[in-house]
Design a protein around this ligand. Structure first.
Ligand code: PNW
Length: 489
């Protein structure tokens, strides 16, 4: 029980939606099957396998390309309302552009969607979850503004084919992660490592690509299909290291703007544009560093208008809380987006540790993040598009259960205080390829045996607990499953 709990029994309303998430590259495998093109992640890892901690690849992963029906069966076992998955752009358009289409790829997603609908599970589809077609990267990827057209062409083909069956769309998963780790550094694909400008240039183009596709849907499909289009942003909470300290509070706020604010301010704030504090700091540092203009590109007044309000909902991928203080003498390489933000981060001493270095359990952060969004963006419509926990392999995952209950409690409080939340999505339905951590960090409600040809999936304890929460719509801390058999057969 959390210290801020008052023992009042809160309940999720009947129309509150529960889901589970995955992403194409992390689960599908079939990396070159039946005409699929190469993605930046295929190339990133094939070129240098040592980039992955355990030396594994996602070439087969969970083999959902073959076993997607089993995935739907699991979703059915859990009793979720929706499944958040992503489409691999290079599986549909092997070279990224609309001139060459891989019909087998379209059929794969059609089959998956039909299987979901047959089981009364709504598809929530992410158009791009990190796996950009490599051919487009060779043309500059997110650094080339032509990509706004390319992304629109891709989205149009997807809406034409699946618009009738899919009501929830997400343009991008964590554009912040793509730009910061893929373009500013070489930690993630495509590993461009352009310090000082990589993140900002990428951010502008990816935001405009998002807005283009929201406008496209709004104009051409909204009336007909009545769906909604949002964006999923990495939105952890940043608290001041020292509470009740004005300087620390300012630093935490600055860091919020340098991380998620860069992406949410242009779309969800009343004034639009990149956050004022980011604009002024980057302009000032750029000048000191001898640049002729700010490393942060400016947005024209038309672009600001075009971006503002260009989402039907805000998807938040929320995992943890980080405590920050000013770095004073920056320890970060300059110029870089890290030097611009200039903070040092740490975690609460007593926060439970997961298997991932960056992930500690601090549910109150979700509550605070929601209140911040309400205050700054006037009660936006929110989906929790990801929340989860990593462990070692093993079916009894009590730490995941604790974490999930804590975050759902926090969410209930945020809702009680007026937050407009449509649904909650667990990351992840099953263990999968955790990017550069390979299979060493398990996020699944279902364990996957990566040694077996069948990639056998088995429910963990947390799967049974989640099933019970969905059914009862309350978070019962003492509840224990009678057995680990979820199938009920
Ligand atoms: C998300 N952080 O990434 C991604 O959307 C998923 O594909 C991924 O598997 C999952 O979370 C677990 O990592 C994140 O440092 C990566 O706070 C890093 C952070 C958060 C989310």
């Amino acid at each position: 029980i959390d210290c801020w709990s008052d023992n009042k029994q809160r309940k999720f309303k009947n129309d509150f939606l529960f889901g589970a998430a995955s992403a194409a590259y992390q689960i599908e495998g079939g990396w070159d099957a039946h005409g699929k093109g190469e993605s930046v992640w295929d190339k990133f890892i094939h070129d240098k396998p040592s980039r992955v901690k355990d030396g594994t690849t996602a070439d087969v992963a969970c083999n959902s390309y073959k076993f997607y029906k089993r995935d739907v069966e699991m979703l059915k076992e859990l009793g979720v309302d929706y499944y958040r998955f992503s489409i691999s752009w290079p599986r549909l358009l092997p070279e990224g552009l609309a001139n060459i289409r891989n019909e087998i790829g379209f059929d794969y997603y059609e089959n998956l969607i039909d299987e979901l609908l047959k089981n009364e599970i709504m598809p929530m589809v992410t158009l791009n979850h990190f796996d950009l077609p490599q051919k487009l990267q060779e043309l500059g990827g997110w650094m080339n503004e032509d990509i706004i057209d390319w992304f629109e062409d891709y989205a149009k083909l997807v809406f034409e084919r699946f618009g009738k069956k899919v009501k929830y769309w997400i343009t991008f998963n964590q554009p912040d992660t793509v730009c910061r780790y893929g373009y500013e550094t070489d930690f993630f694909a495509p590993g461009v490592n352009q310090k000082g400008t990589g993140e900002y240039t990428c951010a502008k183009n990816i935001l405009l690509a998002h807005a283009r596709v929201w406008h496209l849907y709004n104009k051409e499909y909204k009336q007909k299909y009545k769906g909604s289009v949002g964006i999923a942003v990495s939105l952890n909470w940043f608290d001041p290291l020292k509470n009740n300290d004005t300087e620390h509070a300012e630093v935490a706020e600055r860091y919020r703007q340098f991380t998620f604010g860069l992406y949410t301010n242009p779309i969800f704030s009343k004034e639009g544009d990149f956050p004022a504090v980011v604009k002024s700091i980057v302009a000032k540092k750029s000048k000191e560093q001898g640049y002729t203009k700010s490393r942060l590109p400016s947005l024209t007044s038309e672009e600001i208008k075009y971006l503002r309000g260009s989402a039907d909902f805000l998807g938040i991928n929320h995992y943890t809380t980080v405590l920050v203080k000013d770095a004073k003498q920056s320890t970060h390489e300059a110029p870089s987006c890290f030097d611009d933000a200039n903070v040092e981060s740490s975690y609460g001493e007593h926060w439970e540790k997961s298997k991932s270095e960056w992930l500690r359990s601090a549910p109150y952060g979700l509550y605070k993040a929601c209140l911040w969004l309400n205050k700054n963006y006037d009660y936006p419509t929110i989906f929790i598009t990801e929340n989860g926990w990593s462990t070692d392999a093993g079916l009894v995952d009590d730490s995941r259960v604790r974490n999930m209950r804590g975050y759902l409690d926090a969410l209930l409080l945020a809702i009680e205080d007026g937050t407009e939340v449509l649904g909650y999505t667990v990351w992840s339905l099953m263990d999968n390829f955790e990017w550069t951590s390979g299979y060493s960090e398990r996020f699944g409600l279902y364990e996957v045996d990566f040694e077996s040809d069948q990639r056998t999936r088995t429910a963990r304890k947390s799967a049974l607990v989640y099933k019970q929460i969905i059914k009862s719509r309350i978070v019962e801390h003492g509840w224990e499953p009678k057995s680990l058999d979820i199938s009920g057969k």
